[in-house]
Write a protein that binds this ligand. Structure first.
Ligand code: DP6
Length: 352
C-alpha cells in the first residue's frame, strides 16, 4: 500500500536522499495527440501495473550550479540528462533549489526494453516523487503521497504524458471528460468507481518483436495535429471512455473486451491513416488478435489492448491465469511470440 507519511531521510546537513518505486501503466483508452503544453487532446484511462515499475534513488547535495549524473542499472547514461534538466526547469518556480546543486540519480526498470513498455511513465513519476520527498526534507515538512498525488501527477505529466497516470492504484483517468467531473487535462485522477471484478485483472505482455519501435511517442502524438480524422477521434475517445466507465460498474467482460479492443485497433488505424503512415502490427500480432477473439467465443475471458508497437497486451481476470500460461507456452513453442511478461493490476507508487 502507499505509505501514509514519508520518514525524514536526510543523511547529513547538506545531503538529501529519496528512493521511490513507481509503476508503469497500460492505457485502455489511449492518449494520442497533444495540445497546449503537454496536455492531451482526448481523455484516457489506464490500469496501473504491479511488476513493471521503475525504482529511482536521488541523492542531492545543494550547491551553486546544476550538475546531474544519471545511471541506468548502475551504468552512466548521459543521454537522459537533457530530459531531466528540462523537467527540472519546469519545476523550478515551485522548487527553486532544483537548479542549484548536484544530483546523482540511479534508476532501474524491472522490465526489459524489449517489452515495448515505455520506461518514461514509471521513470518520470519516480523522479518527481523523489523531488517532492527531498523538498519536504529541505523544508522540514511532512510529505503525504496520497494528498499530493494530483500535484505529483501534474509534474510527472510534464516529463511524459502517460506518467501522469502512474501515481494511483488500480485505474487512472487523465484528461477532461463528461464522465468524471474531477478529471482534468493538467493532471490525472484515480478512478475508483468500478466493480470488484476488475480488481483482479492481469496484463500478460505477448512479445512478438524485440526490435525498436519505428515511431517514437512524440512523433506519434504530432501525427494527430493534422490528422484528417482528428475530430472524429476526439469524439470517439470521449464516447468510449464514458462507455467503458459504465461497463466497469458491472462484471460485463464481453462489453469490456469489445470496447478496449475497438480502441486499440482505432489507435493503429489512426497510425495507418496518418501522414506519414505507420504499420506497427506484425503478422504475429494479427494472428494473436484473431486467436484471442476466437478464444472468447469459446467462453474464455481474454481480451487485448495494444500500444504504439506490435506487442499484444492480454487483459483478463486472474481466474484465467492458468489457461493464459498454457496458451503463452504454446504460442512461444510455435514461434508466434518470442517471450511473455506477466503483470497484474497494481497499487501505485511507494517509498523504498
Ligand atoms: C500509445 O506518454 O509516451 O502509450 O507525452 O510524449 O511522453 P509523451 O508520450 P507517452 O505516450 C503514450 C502513448 C500511448 C498511449 C497511452 O499510454 O495512453
Amino acid at each position: 500500500m502507499i505509505p501514509f507519511m514519508s520518514m525524514q531521510t536526510q543523511t547529513s546537513t547538506n545531503m538529501f536522499k529519496a528512493k521511490y518505486s513507481a509503476p508503469s501503466n497500460i492505457a485502455l483508452i489511449k492518449y494520442w495527440g497533444k495540445k497546449d503544453f503537454q496536455k492531451p487532446i482526448n481523455p484516457s484511462i489506464s490500469m496501473t501495473l504491479k511488476n513493471c515499475s521503475t525504482e529511482t534513488e536521488i541523492t542531492y547535495i545543494p550547491g551553486e550550479k546544476l550538475e546531474i549524473e544519471f545511471y541506468l542499472k548502475d551504468k552512466k547514461e548521459p543521454s537522459f540528462i537533457t530530459k531531466i534538466e528540462k523537467l527540472f526547469g519546469q519545476m523550478e518556480s515551485e522548487f527553486p533549489w532544483i537548479k542549484k546543486g548536484r544530483f546523482e540519480i540511479h534508476s532501474n526498470n524491472s522490465f526489459p526494453h524489449s517489452s515495448g513498455i515505455a520506461s518514461s511513465a514509471s521513470g518520470m513519476a519516480a523522479i518527481v516523487l523523489c523531488i517532492f520527498d527531498i523538498n519536504a526534507q529541505i523544508k522540514k515538512i511532512p510529505f503525504d503521497l496520497v494528498n499530493e498525488a494530483k500535484r505529483i501527477s501534474e509534474y510527472a505529466r510534464l516529463g511524459s504524458g502517460s506518467a501522469a497516470r502512474s501515481v494511483y492504484p488500480f485505474f487512472s483517468i487523465w484528461g477532461k471528460t463528461k464522465a468524471s467531473e474531477i478529471s482534468q487535462d493538467s493532471y490525472a485522477v484515480g478512478y475508483n468507481n468500478f466493480s470488484d471484478f476488475f480488481k483482479s485483472f492481469c496484463d500478460t505482455i505477448l512479445i512478438v518483436n524485440k526490435d525498436k519501435k519505428s515511431v517514437s511517442s512524440s512523433e506519434g502524438h504530432s501525427l494527430m495535429d493534422t490528422h484528417p480524422y482528428k475530430e472524429v477521434r476526439i469524439s470517439e475517445a470521449n464516447r468510449k471512455l464514458i462507455t467503458l466507465i459504465e461497463i466497469m460498474k458491472s462484471d460485463d467482460f464481453s462489453s469490456f473486451a469489445e470496447c478496449i479492443e475497438q480502441e486499440a485497433l482505432e489507435l493503429h488505424s489512426l497510425m495507418m491513416t496518418s501522414n506519414p503512415s505507420f504499420i506497427l502490427l506484425e503478422p504475429e500480432s494479427i494472428r494473436l488478435i484473431k486467436e484471442i477473439r476466437d478464444l472468447r467465443k469459446t467462453g474464455k475471458k481474454v481480451s487485448f489492448t495494444i500500444d504504439a508497437g506490435p506487442n499484444i497486451h492480454l487483459i483478463y481476470p486472474k481466474s484465467e491465469f492458468n489457461s493464459v500460461k498454457e496458451l503463452c507456452e504454446i504460442w512461444q513453442k510455435e514461434n508466434v511470440i518470442i517471450d511473455f511478461i506477466h503483470d497484474e493490476i497494481g497499487m501505485g507508487p511507494f517509498k523504498i
